[in-house]
Design a protein around this ligand. Structure first.
Ligand SMILES: [Zn+2]
Length: 288
């Protein structure tokens, strides 16, 4: 990057890394990019890279090196603001995907544009910034690393709903919950509401972290439970029937649906509607 124009923002980690894989990568702390989608995942925001940049002239994601003390999401949103005039407040992050090298990593932050943002050329790193229809992406000359990741990433450009079988989650740990089922469910729902993300691993090895909409299904004595920050659905009859109905509705609305339960029969019933089901133990560990 010898001829970087003067209007580019610089920070301490803006340098090349000689990686154990044999290649050089940009960003001493790794790098991150924003994969912003809109219109139910039918369009994504791409950046036409300036000629002086690495693989100049190709199309890729707005992004760049992570500054020290900056997490991947912070870096991706900052870079998108600088390069593509995207406001972080108009981005709803749904998931991250991480490419890990011996001495470097690249995190793709998958987010939804919730503010009808046009985007635009923010600085000299962009020749153009454009919303591109999904089906046109692979026809562009893409940055090679983005071209490699695109077939995987394109499958996750939708909202993610995580449905929790609260009765099963509660029952997964013998901590005396049976003495006050409603109170114990209330506490469990509160800790769920404080969870901002979950590890993707119990559901898919293709992503790193998930930031889903959580839908907690309660039944029986726990039906009155109400907690800010988590959507609670009280089953009028069978909890399992309600969970299946919610999964189906979310899938038919176009969401990626995940569920948490260790109930084998329920897991089988959910199969047509969910991407994956994780056992209650995995969510319990996240809540600890
Ligand atoms: Zn490498």
């Amino acid at each position: 990057m010898a001829d970087v124009p003067g209007d580019i923002h610089h920070h301490d980690a803006d340098r090349w890394v000689q990686c154990g894989c044999g290649a050089k990568h940009w960003g001493a702390n790794g790098a991150a990019g924003l994969l912003l989608w809109r219109a139910a995942g039918t369009e994504v925001l791409l950046q036409h890279r300036a000629p002086f940049s690495h693989f100049g002239g190709t199309w890729g994601l707005p992004g760049g090196a992570r500054a020290s003390q900056e997490d991947a999401i912070g870096a991706a949103l900052r870079e998108a603001a600088e390069e593509a005039l995207i406001s972080p407040h108009g981005c709803r992050v749904w998931a991250t995907h991480e490419l890990t090298h011996p001495d470097w990593s690249y995190t793709t932050v998958i987010a939804e544009d919730i503010a009808q943002q046009a985007g635009g050329i923010g600085d000299g790193e962009s020749l153009d910034v454009r919303w591109v229809p999904m089906e046109s992406v692979s026809h562009l000359a893409l940055l090679p690393a983005f071209e490699d990741a695109w077939p995987l990433l394109r499958r996750y450009l939708r909202p993610i709903t995580l449905i929790v079988d609260m009765a099963n989650l509660l029952g997964s740990r013998p901590d005396g919950w049976w003495r006050d089922r409603a109170g114990a469910t209330q506490r469990l729902a509160r800790s769920l509401s404080e969870l901002d993300s979950v590890a993707a691993a119990p559901f898919t090895s293709e992503l790193s972290r998930l930031f889903p909409e959580v839908l907690a299904v309660v039944e029986g004595q726990a039906r009155g439970v109400d907690v800010q920050g988590v959507r609670i659905v009280a089953a009028s009859g069978s909890g399992d029937d309600e969970i299946v109905a919610q999964a189906r509705a979310a899938a038919e609305a176009g969401d990626i649906v995940l569920a948490v339960t260790s109930d084998r029969e329920l897991t089988e019933r959910l199969a047509p509607w969910v991407l994956a089901v994780a056992g209650s133990g995995s969510l319990r560990r996240e809540l600890d």
